[in-house]
Design a protein around this ligand. Sequence first.
Ligand code: SIN
Ligand code: FE2
Length: 211
Amino acid sequence: MMQDLFTEAREDLDDGAVLMRGFAVDAAAALLSDIAQVSALAPFRHLVTPGGFRMSVAMTNCGDFGWVSDRRGYRYDPIDPESGHPWPPMPVSFIDLAGRAAHAAGYAGFHADVCLINCYLPGTRLTLHQDRDEGDFTQPIVSISLGLPAAFLWGGKARTDKTRRYALHHGDVVVWGGLSRLNFHGIAPLKDGNHPIVGARRFNLTFRRAR
Ligand code: SIN
Ligand code: FE2
């Protein structure tokens, strides 16, 4: 069973939050080919924050909804505002891995209805934030890293709480829920490099239950 296979590679970040090193390595090729398919239909774009800043990370989505930001605020939208069409459906490889990862982390029965796909180039960062636009905080967030390594900043319940840094490598999975569901987190500016499979970039998939 997955859970047993990963007892050696698990690191507890906090109550409810776990890092499972290498959990997605075997699925990486399928995930990458599905990222290419999704982004052909819904291209990566730099969203604007409600405050008017262009985000440094490029994003797209698949599933029943997509996370979007504009001058009006943050929200989950069933329609891609750029195309006027629904977001591409969630690929089977995504659904399978998100469910297995959540289960292995102790969250059985997780059914994501959104996958936000982030693309980082060297220098790209994601400032400390909470994932709090979802309707149901009993459902965890499942986060998958592919490509160049990144420094994941894991904070506390308040923005000013001390952060710890965890290097996230190709195939690493972080799941946070329960008492950690609203912890602040972010990504330090991506270092330059070249990943043998993914090249000079990093992808991150975050699975959410929006509704
Ligand atoms: C996120 O917080 O939405 C993404 C985190 C990451 O890129 O690992
Ligand atoms: Fe987040």
